[in-house]
Write a protein that binds this ligand. Structure first.
Ligand code: NAP
Length: 308
């Protein structure tokens, strides 16, 4: 029998949708994919989620949301959805080994870290010195010099986090002005362990004889190229929305984000709703993702009631 509602994704958006759908007695099935818990599980302290005057650990926030959803009857399964048919009355989602069916679907599939696409990046990715997660890998570089690439809040946050372990953090940014918020830029500039390499575009990850990263070659505008010595390159240059599997059925914009109807969470397909970073290229905050998750569950509930 078809589920009432299937929620794809267990980040802030998916879990908030699960809490609301579960409290509405819809007994939602939540499918968690490649990154259970979403992006907050790769961050350290979350300082701007309302209700936590002294900040909250990202993993703790997510596991509390999940426990809250489970308390009201949300069920969780791990699977990677390979293809979907969302056009009919019964929505079909093909997992690795089974097909799921639902009357309504909430897509909260989030976004994945973007990579630089330069030589050496993939060769040294994962365990050999190139990574997108300081929280996961920072402790491996205790006492070493590391590089963070990017000029947004993520890069600043990663750089500050890495000062706990590294002897020196060089923040490499391709321009001389930041996308990050004032407060983060100020903290980065004031930190004695952080050095800025501005107007520097990364061009190659350089390896050493041990088969691991040894430096990052950058092109500094007007000054030519140089190699910044480092044992690790932390890439923090934004994210790509996880919408590829659905892009033949749902409207996406030029950057691949789901397009909902004007300022809503509803899509062109009846019974299909979107929430969080897969559908928001503007705000991309934990709290806005949670807000969209809430709205999508309420919309799904109303839509299901209308079908009866
Ligand atoms: P972002 O704001 O999009 O910044 C990405 C940065 O990477 C930009 O500085 C960009 O350079 C640089 N970049 C992109 N492609 C590049 C390439 N190929 N080579 C070199 N540099 C490249 O992404 P984000 O920092 O991940 O932040 C995303 C959202 O999450 C933002 O809304 C941010 O406020 C939010 N966030 C908030 C917090 C917090 O509040 N604590 C923490 C993390 C993230 P240009 O500037 O030249 O384009």
């Amino acid at each position: 029998m078809a589920e009432n509602v299937i929620i794809l994704g267990t980040g802030c958006a998916g879990l908030t949708a699960a809490i609301y759908a579960a409290r509405a007695n819809l007994s939602p099935l939540v499918i968690e994919g490649g990154q259970p818990g979403g992006q907050l599980t790769t961050t350290s302290e979350v300082e701007n989620f309302p209700g936590f005057a002294h900040g909250v650990d990202g993993n703790e926030l997510i596991s509390n949301m999940r426990a809250q959803a489970e308390r009201f009857g949300a069920r969780f399964e791990y699977d990677l959805i390979q293809s979907v048919d969302l056009k009919g009355t019964t929505k079909k989602l093909q997992g690795a080994e089974k097909t799921y069916e639902a009357k309504a679907v909430i897509l909260a599939t989030g976004a994945s870290p973007r990579l630089l696409g330069i030589p050496g990046e993939m060769k040294y990715y994962g365990g050999k010195g190139v990574t997108t997660c300081a929280t996961c890998d920072g402790a491996f570089y205790r006492g070493m010099e590391v590089v963070v690439v990017g000029g947004g809040d993520s890069a600043c946050e990663e750089a500050l986090f890495l000062t706990r372990f590294a002897s020196k953090v060089t923040l490499v940014h391709r321009r001389d002005s930041f996308r990050a918020s004032e407060i983060m830029v100020r903290r980065v500039k004031d930190h004695e362990k952080i050095e800025l390499a501005l107007n520097c575009a990364p061009v190659e990850v350089i390896g050493g004889e041990d088969g691991k990263v040894n430096g990052l070659k950058v092109e500094e505008s007007g000054k030519g190229s140089r190699v910044i010595p480092t044992k690790c390159v932390f890439i923090a240059i934004g994210h790509t929305p996880n919408t590829k599997v659905f892009a033949d059925q749902l409207k996406v914009d030029t950057n691949g984000y789901f397009v909902a109807h004007d300022n809503t969470v509803s899509t062109d397909l009846p019974g299909v709703f979107v929430a969080g970073d897969c559908a928001d290229h503007v705000y991309r905050q934990a709290i806005t993702a949670a807000g969209m998750g809430c709205r999508s569950a309420i919309e799904a509930e109303r839509w299901l009631a209308d079908q009866e």
